[in-house]
Design a protein around this ligand. Structure first.
Ligand SMILES: [Zn+2]
Length: 213
């Protein structure tokens, strides 16, 4: 649960005009570029340089390392393009894996205010949820973490952001072909459905998945 960015009266006025004019995220206006820079700086700082989805620490504030993450994706929910509670900082990979996944439950576009209840989001919401309530973090040292879901939200985040990738990388399986990775994930998903959402069971599942080459 992190503090969202705040905007001045002048910035809010600019944002309102930007949205109404449908200028979009790729706009290169000086004011817009400055606003994006402020947003990124804010979330990197309040998240203590940790990605909002994979918990990994990135020892750099350089903007090329980070993406501004739109929890409700910007192409589908353009009116929340600059809504502070729809923003966070994520690593490039998590953002790419999540891409245009709709994480609202139930999916709906017929609202004008951003849903503010944790229950409306399929994944761990950086502002409405506490990450460690939903995902178990095993510190391997050296900046390496293994993530394991504790709840349904944790499980959805694990799948949507492909947090399984760290198990493969740190387990020495990063050379697996995509088809082999997909097969492992399918086995883990099948087992998860059989065993339920219990954290201990899921840890076992990951271990089982590793044992299968
Ligand atoms: Zn990440």
């Amino acid at each position: 649960m992190i503090a969202h960015v705040t905007f001045s009266h002048q910035e809010n006025q600019y944002i309102s005009d930007h949205i109404n004019q449908g200028k979009g995220w790729a706009c290169t206006d000086t004011e817009f570029v400055a606003l994006k820079s402020k947003i990124k700086d804010h979330y990197i700082r309040v998240q203590s340089n940790r990605c909002c989805y994979c918990y990994h620490y990135y020892a750099s504030n350089h903007h090329a390392i980070w993406d501004i993450e739109h929890i409700l994706y910007k192409e589908g929910y353009s009116r929340f393009l600059l809504e502070p509670k729809n923003l966070a900082a994520s690593c490039k990979e998590c953002n790419q894996f999540k891409h245009q996944t709709d994480v609202l439950v139930p999916v709906s576009r017929s609202f004008t205010r951003l849903p503010r209840s944790s229950a409306r989001y399929k994944i761990v919401h950086p502002i409405f949820d506490v990450y460690l309530d939903h995902i178990d973090v095993q510190d391997l040292g050296g900046g390496k973490y293994l993530l394991c879901p504790k709840t349904k939200k944790g499980s959805e985040t694990f799948t949507i952001c492909n947090l399984f990738r760290f198990h493969l990388i740190y387990g020495g399986y990063s050379g697996l072909l995509n088809t082999q990775r997909d097969k492992l994930l399918r086995i883990a998903e099948d087992l998860k459905d059989t065993l339920g959402e219990n954290s201990e069971h899921l840890k076992t599942i990951v271990r089982i998945a590793f044992a299968i080459r």
